[in-house]
Design a protein around this ligand. Structure first.
Ligand code: FES
Ligand SMILES: [Fe+2]
Length: 441
């Protein structure tokens, strides 16, 4: 049995206790108070572009199916047969208008209605199929193609929840002259023996790249590699930002922008001048020169949307908690609508070179998560230090807290939100009414 300890004491302003990464009881509370009571990212609408398309995806640890019905509506159906509990869909993705449970053959539409029961006369006259529709996520909302679901019917509107993060999501989507990305290039999956929060902390950690990824940057050749490393030094001009609600960003938009420069930076040497020029021109036609500059300048993105979405480089990254000490991660590299193919091919190749399973970067991050899991077994050293920059960060007029890019401002933002949800002290407007008070474990 865990000793009774106030959750509020485990997460403090500048440090967190090792127990929050290790204990299953705390993980179970996270599922209830964070993943089942708020918005969670479940995918991109292009993954289920056609009527009948579906994919399986967990909400927290509960299996679900994201479907698109014949009217074009997206549903999040809980993957649980209403007869005796089997999952009804085993595939990662596909196209089907119905799902038939393998156990006794009950069949459901892709809207979740029970439409077929074998040998139905055995159930008698009182049996009402309508009582056996699949359970659905209480709310499903989209923002610029990103699909979020919530099991809590009282959750605040998604746009309110995303708040300041919307500005950066807009910039990411507007890298397409059509204003839309697609996530149909495949899913790249990995997992690790460690807590889900390691991944969320790491995606917006500007302190680690020059050490964990030093070898990769150096292999890029002196000029480019050194330039990237300059982003993350103590002298860097770039910032980290706490956007509120647990969301945060490493803001690497250069102060002096150029609408042409960043295109060639982004896809360095990988595209022809003709494609690059065609892309730039279509962007300027659509957005005008100033906005195009802003969009390209922000193209080097590390954005965290609490609790489980990271937008990094060209990818949407979904963190999937499995248990206190096991996590799965799905990477969805995106392509831009309305650009020459060559641009999208270059995006995908650049993604693979760093984030692919044989890539030069992401596998090293995963190794660090494994090492942290190992190191945290040491008793007597109970705390993880998150105080970097706490004395120099400042709050802007819009309420955004700004720190240096190497500061732990994003991690503090994450844990402020974590604490408010876990300790049930969120602002009245966002308070999930169905939660029980769980201040102690
Ligand atoms: S459990 Fe699904 S039909 Fe029996
Ligand atoms: Fe990294």
């Amino acid at each position: 049995m865990p000793s009774h300890l106030n959750l509020e004491e485990l997460v403090q302003d500048s440090r967190v206790h090792r127990r929050i990464y290790l204990e299953q009881e705390i993980f179970d509370l996270e599922m209830e108070h964070i993943f089942e009571a708020n918005w969670v990212f479940v995918g991109h609408e292009s993954e289920v572009a056609a009527a009948g398309d579906y994919k399986t995806v967990p909400i927290g640890t509960q299996p679900a199916i994201m479907t698109r019905d014949e009217n074009g509506d997206i549903h999040l159906l809980m993957n649980r047969c209403m007869h005796r509990g089997s999952t009804i869909c085993q595939e990662h993705r596909g196209n089907a208008s119905t799902f038939r449970c393998w156990y006794h053959g009950w069949t459901y539409s892709n809207k979740g209605d029970l439409i077929g029961v074998p040998y139905a006369d055995g159930y008698g006259a009182s049996f009402d199929r309508r009582r056996f529709s699949l359970i659905k996520a209480a709310r499903v909302e989209k923002y610029r193609g990103l699909v979020f679901a919530s099991l809590n019917p009282e959750v605040a509107p998604l746009t309110d929840y995303l708040a300041n993060a919307r500005h950066y999501i807009d910039l990411f989507m507007e890298l397409s002259p059509d204003g839309e990305v697609e996530a149909r290039a495949g899913v790249h999956k990995y997992g690790y023996d460690g807590n889900w929060k390691f991944q969320m902390e790491n995606g917006v950690d500007g302190y680690h790249p020059n050490f964990v990824h030093q070898a990769f940057f150096e292999a890029q050749g002196k000029g480019f590699g050194r330039k990237v490393m300059q982003l993350f030094t103590g002298n860097s001009e770039f910032e980290s930002k706490d956007l509120g609600n647990g969301h945060s960003i490493l803001d690497m938009a250069p102060r002096h922008r150029s609408a042409k420069g960043p295109v060639s930076n982004l896809l360095r040497g990988a595209t022809s001048q003709a494609s690059s020029d065609a892309y730039s021109s279509s962007m300027i036609r659509r957005y005008g020169e100033a906005r195009t500059e802003e969009i390209f300048a922000a193209s080097n993105v590390n954005l965290a949307i609490f609790p489980n979405l990271l937008i990094i480089g060209v990818q949407l990254r979904m963190t999937i908690p499995v248990s206190a000490k096991r996590t799965d991660v799905h990477l969805l590299p995106t392509t831009l609508k309305g650009v020459p193919d060559e641009i999208n091919v270059a995006r995908l190749r650049a993604h693979e070179s760093f984030y692919g399973s044989a890539g030069g970067g992401a596998p090293d991050d995963v190794e660090m998560f494994n090492r942290c899991s190992d190191g945290l077994r040491v008793k007597g050293a109970e705390w993880l230090e998150l105080s970097r920059g706490i004395e120099r960060e400042r709050t802007g007029g819009d309420g955004v807290v700004v720190g240096h890019i190497t500061d732990e401002t994003p991690q503090r933002a994450f844990y402020r939100r974590w604490k408010s949800l876990m300790c049930n002290v969120v602002a009245e407007s966002q308070q999930p009414k169905t939660l029980r008070i769980a201040r102690t474990i």
